[in-house]
Design a protein around this ligand. Sequence first.
Ligand code: NAP
Ligand code: ZN
Ligand code: ZN
Length: 353
Amino acid sequence: METTNIKAYGNQSAEAPLKNLNIDRRKPTPHDVEIEILFCGVCHSDLHTARSEWGPTIYPCVPGHEIVGKVKSVGTHVSKFKVGDTVGIGCIVDSCRECQYCKDDLEQYCEPGMTGTYNSPDKNLPGNPTFGGYSERIVVDENYVLRIPDNMDLASAAPLLCAGITTYSPLHHWQVGPGKKVGIVGIGGLGHMGIKIAKAMGAHVVAFTTSESKFAEAKRLGADEVVLSKDEEQMAAYRGKLHFILDAVSAQHDVNAYLALLRVDGSLALVGAPEHPLPISAFSVIVGRKSFAGSAIGGIKETQEMLDFCAEHNLAADIEMIDIQSINEAYERLLKGDVKYRFVIDMKSLKSN
Ligand code: NAP
Ligand code: ZN
Ligand code: ZN
């Protein structure tokens, strides 16, 4: 298959910092859309993957799955997009398209496995991993390309492609809405979108944070109440009060303390993916017939639905724009919970390298 060599930013081992490197992208085939990348959000999954925290990563690793850009060219059979359109790519760039889950628009649970935007075996270029959005351009089959609604600011729309859909999908699945008290735990990139989306769905939102500085401003994001989770007295006031909890914490924490806050038959869905297992006491779920669940991103159709929902409700991420050259420093700040609330890379900066 013909390829083009382009600029990217990535690393060669778990311990190595990210730096300039060159990668090969396939030339667009008849069903492909070629996208010039304008902005790319920085998800904590980028960091987990770059550092092999979820098992061995395939190197070189070029992260980035919150991509917004302009269509540069389209293959001869592409019917959904044209040159100049503003589009997004999230976490999925392909799947088997045949299994029941793919047919049901749940490509994230594809039986043989979806192709992730980065660090998946690339079916088109055997022997290579897929490379993500920390790069000049990306080439994706039109069925996995999203349309960015017209009225959106492009940089603050980028984080919707992962942080937005990963919170929207479980909030929708567990029927969050009016009359429901919902907890959002961990106010980072995902959590801050969780607050905004749950509020827009009509729920009563309680934000749980370990950061004093976020405590003061979580209400601005849409939370009705805010709890400093380190304070046992504040936590105790919510025992048995919540219908649903979305847990978006990236590191070790005590899930039992949150299961205790659920009402009978309540569910806690984990979207945060810490490196190590989280111990659960049997009685945390037995007493109160509670469910401890999880949820992965969302399918392509649901991602488009989420983008349209955000446009309709005027929702987008609160971002801090960075140049690609600051990515290693941004990862260190992400580890400290020191970002309000999502880093977005201005991909123009890659060109100046
Ligand atoms: P993030 O921006 O770094 O936010 C994580 C938040 O967790 C922090 O802001 C902090 O919130 C809290 N936190 C961090 N360390 C903590 C600790 N030791 N104890 C308690 N709380 C802590 O990360 P993100 O991009 O939102 O991603 C969150 C997690 O979701 C990551 O593990 C990521 O890989 C995962 N993820 C999963 C999916 C999926 O499909 N399930 C998709 C995307 C991302 P406070 O300051 O408010 O306490
Ligand atoms: Zn992500
Ligand atoms: Zn499938």
